[in-house]
Structures are given as structure tokens and as C-alpha cells.
Ligand binder design. Structure first.
Ligand SMILES: [Zn+2]
Length: 59
């Protein structure tokens, strides 16, 4: 099942959601503040490495 990453537009919390492809377009609620979060990536395999850093890992 693909993993979708979201970043909350309200508090900027980033989190991941596992969901079937059929729910790809559904918004996710921020686990921190409950506001809707925007999708920032989707992956189903190894991390996408860009410039030596997995792009979905926020420091
Ligand atoms: Zn939030």
C-alpha cells in the first residue's frame, strides 16, 4: 500500500498516511491540529533520494 506524505497547512506538521490507491485524492486531517493537510509526496517503494537526502525526511 502506498505511503502518502502530508504537510499541514496550519501548523506545518508533517506526517504519513497509508491508504489504498483508490483513496489517493482524499485529503488527510492533521493529527496535531485537525486541519486539512496537503499531500506532498507519494511512494510505494524505496525512498526517493535527491542530493543524498531522502526528500521525505524533514530534519
Ligand atoms: Zn496541523
Amino acid at each position: 500500500m502506498p505511503t502518502y506524505g502530508f504537510i499541514c497547512s496550519q501548523c506545518e506538521k508533517d506526517f504519513e498516511v497509508f491508504r489504498p490507491m483508490s483513496e489517493y485524492e482524499k485529503p488527510a486531517d492533521c493529527p496535531s491540529c485537525g486541519k486539512s493537510a496537503k499531500k506532498v509526496y507519494a511512494r510505494s517503494g524505496p525512498p526517493i533520494v535527491k542530493d543524498g537526502t531522502p526528500r521525505y525526511h524533514k530534519q
